[in-house]
Design a protein around this ligand. Structure first.
Ligand code: GAL
Length: 668
């Protein structure tokens, strides 16, 4: 088997990638050479073209106009800019919905969603599939061999969900594949509850709007189906592209921790993992949330470099109140992605639109033109990335893994659970935060990952866990690993049926502890706890009545009904250690748990001491330090190092102004 093309195919001879979405169809053609000129001056070497160009490429069914796109690709090539060519299928032209209304998506109330915006297609529509593959095939055959073509960008930000009758038929076919016969399906969905038994496949519909809480097992299968149905469409487009251009890598842009689509199954179908990321400027946790997202992308890419496909130079336009980024902020964010494994830093979009729904979205060239402080910063950033080319292709080594699973996320966040205050991504972030603050690199991995290379594995919440994954976690710890498991884990199986017996049933043995009641706490009452040494800490929202069965109680609840019962447990399991956290400790206490687990695992952060707000991460032989704080920070260094960004030598310590970054190589 020949190796698939990947990120290296793009960076070879180009170094780090820098650019953005380029929508020349929104501009008169005389603007294009100016764009090319400006791109050259800014060091742009990759642009994404054609994402929303279906109506321009195919103004009427089978009437196609590629001449303008030929000129765009030629122009880009003449100017040394590679093209990430998009299939235009994220936004079908009005003629598709007008002539074939069955291609338009239907929401869970049965309402059809119309054209006039974008994303209006049913993933399971045969007509949509046929028309999409037809334009994709025309595009691929026309541009196969074009020297500008470097990467394929399939669709855009897949996430569509449709409840129409065609989707219902596809859902039934998918269910037959998963469950085989109706008896098994009835069993899996627990349809003896509320008289939901299905006697005929034809009775089964997507979980449409219903008078009361819909069956959680049905909804879980529906979510699986929706992710798979989109994936099937993505694959169909990708296969057409591969047929025409086997050497050109294929990607589709992800959206971080995006709930509707199981990116673990998707990433396996891509040559390059790419992501769109728009941190919220007012969110104090944005730097850590962003780092976590980047680590997820690296995990999805199997540790290989990934591509930051879209970010914003300043404000977006789709939040109710769009805070701009202060000068230096987009550079800081871009370099953060680089530090965490991205080999390309791209933006939405090159030139700010004059019209349409995104005309107030920041761009690389603002409405005011290139002679602006924002564009000057874009150029400066492009220039400095040239000096960091050596980073391309290098790994971000991590000895800690965090387990995250889409099916568990879906299953957890259904109506009718003990509390809607416990959710998968908040749990993930709360356990990630203390590691990030300590400069500990983390790989985000699926539960089925090979864990043998990690010294510490953290599962902040595995509400749903299959027997095989539970056994693998158990074997990991017993074999010498350190495992940390967060609350409300091991609760249901893959059908979302509660595992009976004391919880978490499949992890009980490795944790040396088990529980019998989940006890959410009132919102306004902190849960008081005590470390074994006597010091107090608080938790909130969630408690469990748990007993040690071989584990030691590292902390216990301090008052109320649970006074004296364990809150945090540590168990010597075989050759390793397993921790169970039976509440939601506040940040400082989670930090304490992280420190102790890191000691158990023998893992240290990138530097022994980091001032608050300073992120430290090693990529290859470069140590990146990024100051997300509002204060100037002095960071002690163990050895002299040279900053690849400025050439300055730092000896003993380095000083970082707010939003400043250094990329240090050891040696003077
Ligand atoms: C992304 C999308 C782009 C643009 C951008 C605005 O979600 O892929 O096309 O809409 O957001 O922030």
């Amino acid at each position: 088997m020949t190796a698939r093309p990947g990120m290296h195919t793009l960076t070879a001879g180009r170094g780090l990638l820098f650019g953005g979405d380029y929508n020349p169809e929104q501009w008169p053609e005389e603007v294009w050479p100016q764009d090319a000129e400006l791109m050259r001056a800014a060091g742009v070497n990759l642009v994404t073209v054609g994402v929303f160009s279906w109506a321009r490429l195919e103004p009427e069914p089978d009437i196609r106009d590629f001449a303008w796109l030929d000129r765009v690709l030629d122009l880009m090539h003449e100017n040394g800019v590679a093209v990430d060519l998009a299939t235009p299928t994220a936004s079908p032209p009005p003629w598709l919905g007008h002539r074939w209304p069955q291609t338009l998506p239907v929401d869970e109330s049965g309402h059809r969603l119309w054209y006039g915006a974008r994303n209006q297609f049913c993933p399971s529509s045969p007509v949509y599939r046929e028309r999409a593959l037809s334009i994709v095939s025309a595009l691929a055959s026309r541009y196969a061999g074009h020297p500008a073509l470097a990467l394929w960008h399939v669709g855009n930000e897949y996430g569509q969900v449709c409840h129409c009758d065609e989707s219902a038929a596809a859902f039934r076919a998918w269910l037959r594949g998963r469950h085989g016969d109706l008896e098994t399906l009835n069993d899996a969905w627990g349809t003896t509850f509320w008289s939901q038994r299905y006697g005929d496949w034809a009775e089964i519909v997507p979980p449409r709007r219903a008078p009361y809480t819909v069956n959680p097992s049905q909804r879980l299968d529906w979510r699986r189906f929706c992710s798979d149905a989109l994936l099937e469409h993505y694959r169909a487009e990708r296969d057409v592209l591969r047929e025409h251009t086997p050497g050109t890598p294929v990607t589709t842009n992800f959206m971080g921790l995006f709930k509707p689509v199981d990116y673990w199954s998707w990433a396996a179908e891509e040559d390059i993992v790419s992501n769109d990321w728009y941190p919220e400027p007012g969110d104090p946790l944005a730097p850590a949330r962003t780092a976590l997202t980047h680590d997820l992308m690296r995990g999805l890419a199997g540790g290989r470099p990934w591509l930051l496909m879209e970010q914003a130079t300043s404000a977006v336009n789709w939040r109710p109140h769009n805070l701009p980024k202060p000068p230096g902020q987009f550079r800081l964010e871009s370099l953060q992605a680089l530090a965490r494994g991205a080999d390309g830093l791209c933006y939405f979009q090159w030139r700010a639109s004059r019209f349409g729904a995104e005309r107030f979205h920041a761009a690389m060239v603002p409405h005011a033109g290139p002679d602006t402080r924002l564009h000057a910063a874009v150029r400066a950033h492009g220039r400095e990335l040239r000096g960091l080319a050596r980073v391309a292709g290098t790994p971000v080594p991590a000895r800690v893994a965090m387990v995250f699973d889409w099916a568990s996320w879906w299953a957890l966040e259904e109506r009718g659970r003990p509390s809607d205050r416990i959710n998968a991504t908040d749990q993930l972030l709360s356990y990630y935060l203390p590691l990030w603050e300590r400069g500990v690199s983390v790989d985000v991995v699926p539960p089925s990952a090979d864990l043998s290379g990690y010294a510490l594995v953290v599962a902040p919440n595995l509400f749903l866990v299959g027997d095989r994954d539970a056994a693998a976690l158990t074997a990991y710890a017993r074999g010498g690993g350190v495992l940390v498991v967060g609350p409300f884990s091991g609760v249901v199986d893959e059908r979302s049926h509660v595992r009976t017996g004391r919880f978490p049933a499949p992890l009980r043995e490795v944790l040396g502890a088990s529980g019998e009641e989940w006890l959410p706490a009132p919102d306004d009452e902190p849960v008081r706890c005590r470390w074994a040494g006597g010091a107090a800490f608080t938790a909130r929202t969630w408690t469990e009545l748990v007993a040690a069965e071989g584990a030691e109680a590292v902390a216990e609840f301090a008052d109320g009904d649970l006074a004296g019962h364990p809150a945090v447990l540590r168990h010597r399991a075989g050759d390793g250690v397993a921790w169970y956290v039976a509440t939601m400790p506040e940040a400082a206490a989670l930090g304490e748990i992280a420190e102790r687990a890191l000691v158990d695992a023998g893992v240290a952060g990138a530097l022994p001491r980091l001032p608050p707000g300073v992120e430290a991460v090693r990529r290859g032989d470069v140590l990146f330090l990024l100051n997300h704080g509002a204060e100037t920070a002095a960071v002690p260094l163990p050895e002299p190092a040279r900053d690849l960004l400025t050439g300055a030598v730092a000896d003993g310590q380095v000083t970082l102004a707010p939003r400043d970054v250094v990329a240090l190589r050891p040696g003077a």
